[in-house]
Design a protein around this ligand. Structure first.
Ligand code: NAI
Length: 334
């Protein structure tokens, strides 16, 4: 039996996480979910954000399903998300945004996959105070090895998933050396994939084009910070953060999570939409070679949304997290 490390997270994390595990359990797969507390609640209880037993479990299981974790702004502890991505070298953050049935937005037929480099750029967190309260510098790190990995991962995904086009997103007009290197590597690698159309676009133009002509995008690949921001934008195109899953893949480990955070504004109210984490679990099932079961869940989500009466507040409904999950489970039993 394959064990999966499940991190319950903060805020809405435990609510959506337990529902997703309940849904997965109904499929009766050869999977065992090892649940752990991490984050703020854990820090208060045991003085550690991630207890060593969690690291042991991740290193044994190598596959993680993770609910969102709160990162306080300003001083305090470093982002646990960034720590996990670095520790396990999860270099490829893949965020597929696809229009969902009956979720009305001004945009139709969206099907965009963002490949976000996950281990460097401004997220290395190297900030220096030059003059207290007056001047701070932050380092933006771009390396050939990390850039090659994410760009190759995007092209390989395009080939495997029969996608047609990749857009490299950058700001090389201003950041001539750092983003210039990322763009240069993209232009080197694209030559090896003649069947995939490859172009590049400056990140500010990308944001405008995504809102004006989103159908012109297929796969986008970019450094860490732009990927963080632009993928949130793509979640807005399909109806909000409650719907966007992500994979964090490395050579040895894989972590699956929702793109959204711990949503403290609705935590503990049984209001959160579990779809993003559930779709992340589907990406995990694909990864674990359970594509049939992943698609069963995706079809169940589509059916519930098409039927329309049971939808959470973020997609203009009144259903609770539990009611939505019950409706998914009922579809899986049909
Ligand atoms: P957020 O994504 O938690 O919330 C933004 C807005 O979207 C809120 O109005 C929230 O209610 C709504 N929302 C998010 N997920 C939802 C869901 N599943 N169903 C319904 N509505 C949903 O972003 P925010 O408020 O900026 O961050 C809160 C905390 O989460 C911060 O500490 C941040 O650092 C952390 N965070 C953690 C992430 C992770 O663990 N991967 C990713 C992003 C943020």
């Amino acid at each position: 039996m394959k064990h999966i490390t499940v991190l319950k997270g903060d805020g809405i994390g435990p609510e959506i996480c337990l529902e997703v595990v309940r849904i997965l359990d109904t499929l009766k797969l050869d999977l065992k979910f090892d649940l752990f507390e991490v984050g703020e609640a854990c820090f208060e209880a045991c003085g550690e954000l991630i207890p060593s037993a969690v690291y042991d479990s991740i290193e044994k299981n190598k596959v993680v399903l993770k609910a969102p974790i709160t990162t306080p702004i300003g001083k305090g502890f470093k982002s646990l998300n960034v720590q996990l991505r670095n520790k396990y070298q999860l270099y490829a953050n893949i965020r597929p945004a696809k229009s969902m049935p009956n979720v009305i937005t001004p945009f139709e037929n969206i099907d965009i996959v963002t490949f976000r480099e996950n281990t460097e750029d401004l997220y290395i967190g190297e900030e220096t105070i030059i003059k207290e309260n007056e001047e701070v510098h932050a380092i933006k790190k771009i390396t050939r090895s990390a850039s090659e990995k994410i760009i190759k991962a995007a092209f390989e995904y395009a080939i495997t998933n029969d996608r047609k086009k990749i857009t490299c997103v950058h700001k090389a007009n201003i950041l001539k050396l750092s983003d210039g290197l990322f763009l240069q590597i993209f232009n080197e690698i694209k030559v090896d994939y003649p069947s995939i159309e490859a172009d590049s676009m400056i990140v500010d133009n990308v944001c405008m084009q995504l809102v004006m002509h989103p159908q012109r995008f297929d796969i986008m690949v970019m450094p860490n910070l732009y990927g963080d921001i632009v993928s949130d934008l793509t979640s807005g195109l399909i109806g909000g953060l409650g719907l966007l899953p992500s994979s964090n893949l490395g050579d040895d480990f894989a972590l699956f999570e929702a793109v959204h955070g711990s949503a403290p504004d609705i935590a503990g109210q049984n209001k959160a939409n579990p779809t993003a984490l559930l779709l992340a679990a589907c990406l995990m099932l694909d990864y674990l070679a359970y594509p049939k079961e992943a698609n069963q869940i995706r079809d169940a989500i589509d059916d519930v949304l098409k039927e329309g009466s049971i939808r959470t507040q973020d997609v203009k409904g009144t259903a609770t997290t539990t009611q939505f999950s019950d409706a998914i489970i009922a579809r899986l039993h049909v």
